[in-house]
Design a protein around this ligand. Sequence first.
Ligand SMILES: [Cu+2]
Length: 152
Amino acid sequence: MRLKTTITHLMPALWLTFPVSGFTAGDMTAKQAIEVVVNLGNKDNQLRFYPSSLQFETGKLYKLVIKNPSNQKHYFTAEDMSRAVFTRKVQVVSQANETIAEVKGHISEIEVYPGGTAEWWFVPVKTLKSSRLHCTIKGHAEAGMQGNISIK
Ligand SMILES: [Cu+2]
């Protein structure tokens, strides 16, 4: 009777001392982020994403740096991707490369103004075969401002 009680009391301590590998993966949002840069258009105002194809992997923390080097505003819209990731935060970066705003919560699209940069920090939690990336400004996707995103 007494022995049984002791063992029961020891159980939580044992779990803490010997975590089962793979069971306690830790805080995935606290890992070192993998940086991926995507440009919305270019200096010649071409209506393209550079690159237009993005690949991610589940369980890794990404910092997607969305830059707009063009003279007009653009959207990074990826509805399916937004539902397949856990967003840690979005940071708005100034021209001097200082973080000037941080947004938390679910994100479905990001609009970046000429010369601006936004960083989308997320962890993919679901796989995605090939989902649409596009700019929602009238005529932009039709002119070529679209791409695809996959998560493996
Ligand atoms: Cu656009």
